[in-house]
Design a binder for this molecule. Structure first.
Ligand code: ADP
Ligand code: F6P
Length: 320
């Protein structure tokens, strides 16, 4: 193998640039030419592809977002779209590809591998929700951002005796809410993986005020319901709270990557290139007990489950 491609796809995540840089530089150290595929699968199909060298990835380690840009491109779910992508790869003489993204992006990589084209995935999504890996790139930066935001919200809530419902990202996974909520000492955390009891939430807040707290903080994963809806639900039980909502939104996805995201991005990127050169395909790299391992895409989709850290969610209940 002499020439490979690298792309970022789906929601961008801090640490993706560290992985791109490592793919390029580890590739060069192994005598491989690396091509950047811009704008995810859209750029693949449209031939938005360019050679990138060591110098091109200088100064990106500390930058959030992705220098290769990203896109959501549903057309790649069809075999027609995938074959168009393969034609472009052939045209550029690319013999293997590294795809950095979430589970949707891995489905695209899996389809390339099934069509006979070597493809390796790198878990990159702030949601931390890919089965089989303890960690996905971006999560650490995001939960640090969320925690800082929650600290700020607590300051103002405590100055006004308010309850704040803070909606964080996570359509299917509560990891961001759990880690943010525990780190900031939330009075309640609401996640998609477990039922919530609005009476319990109201009790937590009331007990907090009775114990002398001057604020209540509820962290809600967006996948459960919008913050406004939870507020209405709370008010239908108890309308006495001075309550506000905060939707953190895309602020959670940007920002300078933490050390963890830079280091793991570098490790993932280097290992992905090595795997391609070893002849592997249809695999993604994974962090398992702090070591870099691999899983097949088939296992990720058919046999493994993402397990949120529910013991942290339970722990928070004893600490409020
Ligand atoms: P993420 O990778 O963060 O989960 P998405 O779910 O939006 O983000 O997926 C990113 C892109 O991956 C999609 O826009 C599409 O181009 C591609 N993709 C998603 N699902 C599939 C699929 N089933 N088959 C092929 N490609 C897919
Ligand atoms: O998958 C990452 C993520 O940030 C989710 O947490 C969120 O639900 C989604 O992407 C938002 O997607 P978009 O940027 O397309 O609105």
């Amino acid at each position: 193998m002499k020439r490979i491609g690298v792309m970022t796809s789906g929601g961008d995540a801090p640490g993706m640039n560290a992985a791109v840089r490592a793919v390029v530089r580890r590739g060069e150290s192994l005598g491989i030419e690396v091509y950047g595929i811009y704008n995810g699968y859209k750029g693949l199909v449209e031939g938005d592809i360019n050679r990138i060298t060591s110098g091109d990835v200088g100064g990106i380690l500390n930058r959030g977002g992705t220098v290769l840009f990203s896109a959501r491109y549903p057309e790649f779910k069809t075999e027609e779209g995938q074959r168009k992508g393969l034609e472009q790869l052939e045209k550029f003489g690319i013999e293997g590809v590294v795809v950095i993204g979430g589970d949707g992006s891995f489905r695209g990589a899996q389809s390339l591998a099934k069509l006979g084209f070597p493809a390796i995935g790198i878990p990159g999504t702030i949601d931390n929700d890919i089965p089989g890996t303890d960690y996905t790139l971006g999560f650490d930066t995001t939960v640090n951002t969320v925690t800082e935001a929650l600290d700020r919200v607590r300051d103002t809530a405590g100055s006004h005796g308010r309850v704040l419902v803070v909606e964080v990202m996570g359509r299917d996974a509560g990891d961001i809410a759990i880690w943010g909520g525990l780190s900031a000492g939330a009075e309640a955390i609401v996640i998609p993986e477990t039922d919530y009891d609005v009476n319990q939430i109201v009790n937590n807040i009331k007990e907090g005020f009775a114990k002398g707290k001057n604020q209540g903080l509820i962290v809600l994963a967006e996948g459960v319901m919008p913050a406004r809806q939870l507020i209405e639900h709370i008010q239908s039980i108890d309308n006495s709270f001075n309550i506000r909502e905060v939707v953190l939104g895309h602020i959670q996805r940007g920002g300078v990557p933490t050390v963890r995201d830079r280091v793991i991005g570098s490790r993932f990127g280097a290992r992905a290139v090595e795997l391609l050169l070893e002849g592997a395909s249809g695999l993604c790299v994974a962090l398992v007990n702090e070591e870099i391992g691999t899983h097949t895409f088939d296992d990720i989709f058919d046999n493994l489950l993402h397990e949120p850290k529910l013991h942290l969610y339970e722990l928070n209940k004893y600490l409020i």
